[in-house]
Structures are given as structure tokens and as C-alpha cells.
Design a protein around this ligand. Structure first.
Ligand SMILES: C[S@@+](CC[C@H](N)C(=O)[O-])C[C@H]1O[C@@H](n2cnc3c(N)ncnc32)[C@H](O)[C@@H]1O
Length: 271
């Protein structure tokens, strides 16, 4: 990541702008379920869609979905490419604006949510910890009544059928979530190609994420008889078995959505 050469130069690099309508629905759904109450309670529920890409669809959709649970939510789309900021201008409306910026997140105040989807995959793995620290430091702090802001950083395929993201609070990484359209999966390790940058190069023997995906595939194979009731039943049974050895933090209501969330510490790279 280039260092700041001048006060006005955003931190980061312009990368490919690939995006698609509805691509981030699984991530939005999870954010609403896990962070909606924080957003609803906040005086100023500000969310940032960092690196929204060549068109601002994901920012427009994020506003719509957050407002369903937190009517005062507002979204700032922050993009490092000035051409993409100009292109998004016509989509601005009450509660939604677009501005040029990078990992410094050039907004007054501390957002309750920063979502960075398909942004860090185009950076080097070694840059991830520094970017995470910088973004976590921009989040609303924890208080007696709040766990503070949430950074959701991850990767998905072009049309959002397979998704993996890390959720971080002001204190650092908390969890990893795997989410899929279950009918599109042959086995859970199909999700490996969508691991976020911090994990994708660690899917090798000896690393925790590799052991997790191996166990996930084994549990999926053992749950094969449940396939006759549908992929959802098979996934739910699989995740229930995984809980014997892995710190799964969610429950059947999320598993039925084709998700599972695991404590970050169990999957974090060694060394
Ligand atoms: C692949 S697109 C992702 C678009 C959208 N988030 C999605 O998932 O569909 C990545 C975008 O991130 C932008 N980007 C890369 N680094 C950035 C940074 N440091 N700050 C803001 N935007 C950044 C790129 O310019 C690009 O438009």
C-alpha cells in the first residue's frame, strides 16, 4: 500500500471495478441479522461501502437493506477511482452519498459499519493486517451499551453464490462466515476459492483453515443421507457435527440460510 504522499491522496490503489446487482445480498442479510440492533440503537447509524466498484449498486442496496431494520441508517460509498465516484453521482439521494477516498475513510465521525467486499483480494496478503488495523481504528468505539462498529471484509463470486468474510470490531478480528447458495456446492471446500485475502494462501496442510475445510468436507460426506431432504437439511446436519470440534458461533436459524460462522481465532493463520 503506498504511503500518504499528500493530505489529499487516498490510501490504496485503483483496482478492477467488477460488481453486479444483488451480488452482496448474503453479506447484507448477515449484517442486518447480526448488527441491525446496533444500527437501530445508534444516534447516527453511518455505514460505509468501501470500494463499491464501477457502478454503485451495492451501496444503493446496502442502504435499502439497512433501512429495513434501522430507518435512520445512512450510507457513504467511498471509492478510490474518481471516475467511479463521478459515475455514482446520479444515484445519490437522502441518506446516500458518494465520495473519493481510500483506507483512510475520509468522513467526519466514526462509522458503525465499514463493508469492504472484493477489495483486498487485489492487494498483497502482507498488506492485510495493516489495512485491517487502519479500518478498525476508524470504527465507532465500544461503550457500556455497544460493542462498537463492525468491519466486514471478504470475497465472493461474480453473482454472489459463494461468499466468505471476516468480521472485525474495534478490538480486531472476531469471526469468519461461510455463506453459499447450497444448490451450487458439491462440497463445502468449494468455498475455498472465495476465502478472503488473509486466508486464501493459507489453505494448505498445517494451517487451521485447511483443517477446518477438510473436517467440513468429511462432515458433509457423513451427512449424505440427509441430501434426500434437500441441501439445506444436509448443511444443517453437517454444521451441527462440526460444532463438536470447531467454535461455531451461530445457530440453526443462520445455518438454514446456508451460513456458518466460526470464531476467528480457530482459523487464523499460524505464525
Ligand atoms: C472488485 S470491485 C468491488 C466492487 C463491490 N464492492 C463488489 O463487491 O461488487 C473493487 C473496487 O475497490 C476499489 N478500491 C480498491 N482499493 C480501494 C481503497 N483503498 N479504497 C477505496 N476503494 C478501493 C477499486 O477501485 C474497485 O472499484
Amino acid at each position: 500500500m503506498p504511503t500518504r504522499a499528500a493530505a489529499s491522496r487516498p490510501l490504496g490503489t485503483i483496482t478492477r471495478g467488477t460488481t453486479n446487482p444483488n451480488r452482496l445480498r448474503r453479506m447484507d442479510r448477515w449484517i442486518v441479522a447480526t448488527h441491525g440492533a446496533e444500527l437501530r440503537r445508534a444516534d447516527d447509524p453511518l455505514a460505509v461501502d468501501l470500494g463499491y466498484g464501477a457502478a454503485p449498486w451495492t451501496a444503493v442496496e446496502l442502504l435499502h437493506r439497512l433501512r429495513a431494520v434501522a430507518p435512520r441508517a445512512r450510507v457513504s460509498g467511498v471509492e478510490i477511482d474518481p471516475v467511479r465516484v463521478a459515475a455514482a453521482g446520479p444515484y445519490a439521494r437522502a441518506g446516500l452519498d458518494f465520495r473519493r477516498g481510500g483506507f483512510e475513510v475520509p468522513l467526519p465521525g466514526r462509522p458503525l459499519l465499514i463493508r469492504a467486499a472484493n477489495v483486498l483480494r487485489q492487494y498483497d496478503e502482507a498488506e492485510v493486517p495493516g489495512v485491517w488495523r487502519r479500518l478498525c481504528a476508524r470504527l465507532a468505539p465500544a461503550s457500556a451499551h455497544s460493542r462498537g462498529g463492525l468491519l466486514v471484509e471478504g470475497t465472493c463470486d461474480e453473482i454472489g453464490r459463494r461468499h466468505v468474510w471476516v468480521a472485525l470490531g474495534p478490538e480486531g478480528p472476531r469471526t469468519v462466515t461461510f455463506a453459499a447458495r447450497l444448490g451450487s456446492l458439491d462440497r463445502p471446500s468449494d468455498l475455498a476459492e472465495r476465502l478472503p485475502k488473509a486466508l486464501i494462501h493459507r489453505n494448505v496442510p498445517g494451517e487451521p483453515v485447511h483443517a477446518f475445510l477438510r473436517d467440513f468436507d468429511r462432515a458433509w460426506a457423513a451427512a449424505a443421507p440427509y441430501a434426500s431432504y434437500g441441501a439445506r437439511q444436509r448443511w444443517t446436519r453437517t454444521v451441527r457435527d462440526l460444532t463438536a470440534d470447531w467454535p461455531v458461533t451461530d445457530g440453526p436459524a443462520r445455518w438454514r440460510q446456508g451460513e456458518v460462522t466460526v470464531r476467528w481465532g480457530a482459523l487464523a493463520p499460524r505464525g
